[in-house]
Design a protein around this ligand. Structure first.
Ligand SMILES: Nc1ncnc2c1ncn2[C@@H]1O[C@H](COP(=O)(O)OP(=O)(O)O)[C@@H](O)[C@H]1O
Ligand SMILES: [Mg+2]
Length: 242
């Protein structure tokens, strides 16, 4: 397994305003897997991604990323898991988070330099990442000269350029039209099945059709994740909320 999350719990607040969000999440992902995570708004999807990504600590439970070096955390504070953010996970957000005043390629180079890479190595790596997302023709363009779908591809290049084995994508197609959204999922699938350097992607989406293109769907409900199929993803077996 590339990723092993076990018994992960997280709540916010104290006393009567205490909210238990994650109530013992167990989740594993293999290398090369594309997993879609669905669930109602506010159920804890972003919280789970933030803890896996080393931006937030859990209250109990553990997370392992079996990469080089192996990483074990879950309840460590963000300043104790710098390795996770540098070498473990890459991020894709709904709004692409690109810097507007430098070219697409420079956006990718900059993130590698910030991770400690020399400028020459960073440039080589960034160029090959832009090739992998099929943007070699446009890497000198400014972000605002690219379509939304292309900007999200730049964000994907930035996320994969550092050879991080796990990509966390929090509603990556939320700001894209249907076609551009589908092409981002296709790109994820290509990157996951790349025989030379497969990555794994954990993707939050509200779109059951996009989710159904993943290898697996997980539904988060009542603080845990469970495997799901397209029917329950559409909400057909959703319980009555009181
Ligand atoms: N830093 C925080 N402090 C207090 N409550 C939070 C915090 N972050 C998230 N929450 C709450 O935890 C719940 C889950 O949030 P979130 O993980 O963002 O849900 P989702 O991404 O599934 O929409 C929500 O009720 C949210 O208000
Ligand atoms: Mg969210």
């Amino acid at each position: 397994m590339l990723l092993e999350v076990s018994g992960l719990k997280k709540g916010f607040g104290t006393g009567s305003s205490r909210l238990e969000v994650l109530k013992g999440v167990d989740l594993s992902m293999k290398k090369g897997e594309l997993v879609a995570l669905m669930g109602p708004s506010g159920c804890g999807k972003s919280t789970l991604l933030n803890i896996i990504g080393g931006l937030l600590k859990g209250d109990s439970g553990s997370i392992k990323i079996n990469a080089d070096p192996p990483m074990k955390y879950g309840t460590k504070s963000p300043n104790q898991v710098i390795e996770v953010r540098r070498k473990g996970v890459g991020w894709i957000f709904q709004d692409f988070h690109l810097l507007d005043h430098i070219t697409s390629l420079e956006n990718v180079i900059l993130s590698l330099e910030l991770a400690g890479m020399s400028s020459e190595v960073a440039e080589q790596r960034a160029i090959s990442a832009m090739e992998r997302v099929d943007l070699s023709e446009r890497m000198r363009f400014m972000p605002n000269e690219l379509s939304g779908g292309q900007q999200q591809r730049v964000a994907v290049a930035r996320a994969i350029a550092g050879s991080r084995p796990l990509l966390l994508a929090d509603e990556p197609t939320g700001n894209l039209d249907v076609k551009a959204g589908e092409s981002v999922i296709e790109l994820f699938k290509e990157l996951c099945s790349d025989p030379d350097d497969p990555i794994s992607v954990l993707m939050v989406t509200h779109d059951p059709l996009l989710a159904s293109k993943a290898d697996r769907m997980l539904l988060m409900r009542d603080g845990v994740t469970a495997s799901s199929d397209i029917r329950s993803a559409w909400g057909e077996d959703a319980g009555v909320e009181s």
